[in-house]
Design a protein around this ligand. Structure first.
Ligand code: NAD
Length: 357
């Protein structure tokens, strides 16, 4: 199989974690007889430094021409003071929007070898953590318009949170379909006691549910959901929610699985093309020190193999290789625990490549 992959390394630890992931993709290509061609493009702070904008047109065109896109992370203190419309994060929101990626899938799965790294009590962890957050990605308050104005002599800031029915329906359908491939339980997370958008989500969910009679559907307020994720995570199979709630809950979900450095994500639209990235940021505090955990990005590439290229066997081989190195006791600093061997980003990438070979 020949595939073109747009590669957006980004900022901070982005180049390091993406570098290791490309080594793993090459190991897969060699092992299974595929050919991946990479097109390296700029985004975020790196793009601002080169072109003055966080998302150059060339990057958008390159991603739209590719079969799929792999992204590291964007942002860092160097660009914290650039004007809002030219911040590195704008590049991220912009590419998701330009590619029409409305669904973000974030698995929260605890590798048993990392049980000690979970901040939750052992008896809670022992019940198992294996759920998936489906987050709406290109609507809601992050895209609804923002303004700061002066009213009666003081500044007043406003962010607007709009949701149209069709935007809600298409993400809910991703939630139902995903649940159907898992344990058939779907939780719609919202704030329907306060927000009109949430009440519309519930109305649409009730209608769409008629098409999925085998899925057990329940609703949960977001404040309760954030408590339940740490109290009894085993109750969840698939959570579907709007953009900002999903942003926050998926970070919480990742932390209970041990390290934010372990969690991949897939952003999908109508076709097979997707954007694959770890859920963490650019970690400027450890950038350039060979300390980053590349596994979240490597597992993102595994999701790309499965969801965009239909290469399920190869995807499973990458996951099995990650499992094997954890079994061997190799750990980066973020997930280190007693009796294990501390390794850097490069050594972790090499070990995973070796496990694939
Ligand atoms: P962060 O996720 O970058 O870091 C939070 C903490 O987790 C840090 O201590 C960091 O060292 C650690 N960490 C993160 N990823 C790690 C990994 N792979 N291995 C080991 N440790 C890891 O979040 P932050 O510090 O709030 O943000 C830093 C920058 O990243 C900011 O500019 C922010 O805007 C940006 N950001 C980008 C994205 C993205 O590109 N998707 C997401 C979140 C934040």
């Amino acid at each position: 199989m020949r595939k073109r992959i747009a590669v957006l390394k980004g900022d901070g630890i982005g180049p390091e974690i993406v570098g290791e992931t490309l080594k793993v993709l090459e190991a897969v290509a060699e092992q299974y007889g595929h050919h991946f061609a990479y097109n390296f493009l700029d985004i975020g702070g790196a793009a601002i430094d080169k072109t003055g904008v966080p998302l150059p047109q060339e990057t958008i065109d390159g991603c739209l021409e590719a079969d799929s896109t792999l992204l590291g992370a964007v942002g860092g203190p160097k660009w914290d003071n650039v004007p809002g419309d030219r911040r590195p994060e704008k590049g991220l929101l912009g590419i998701r929007s330009a590619m029409g990626l409305f669904a973000n899938l974030r698995p929260a799965k605890l590798f048993p070898q990392l049980a000690d790294a979970s901040p939750l009590r052992a008896d809670i962890v022992a019940r198992g953590i294996d759920f998936l957050v489906v987050r709406e990605l290109i609507g809601g308050v992050y895209f609804g318009g923002h303004k700061t104005e002066t009213v009666n002599g003081e500044r007043v800031a406003t962010d607007v949170m709009p949701y149209a029915e069709h935007e809600i329906e298409r993400i809910l359908r991703v939630g139902f379909e995903t649940a159907a491939k898992r344990r058939s339980r779907l939780t719609v997370v919202d704030k329907a006691n306060v927000l009109d958008t949430s009440r519309l989500w519930r109305a649409v969910a009730a209608r769409v549910a008629a098409d999925y009679p085998d899925i057990a559907l329940n609703y949960m307020y977001v404040d309760n959901a954030s408590m339940q994720i740490v109290k009894d995570p085993a109750q969840f199979d698939v959570i579907v929610t709007e953009n900002m709630f999903g942003d926050i809950l998926s970070d919480e979900a990742s932390m209970i699985t041990g390290s934010i450095g372990m969690i991949p994500s897939a952003s999908l639209g109508e076709g097979t093309r997707g954007l694959y990235e770890p859920i963490h940021g650019s970690a400027p505090d450890i950038a350039g020190q060979d300390k980053a955990n590349p596994i979240g990005t490597i597992l993102s590439a595994a999701m790309m193999l499965k969801y965009s290229f239909g290469l399920a066997k190869e995807s499973e081989a990458v996951e099995a290789a990650v499992n094997k190195v954890l079994e061997q006791g190799l750990r980066t600093g973020d997930m280190m625990s007693g009796g294990c061997t501390l390794v850097g980003c490069r050594a972790m990438g090499d070990a995973i490549c070796a496990a694939i070979g």
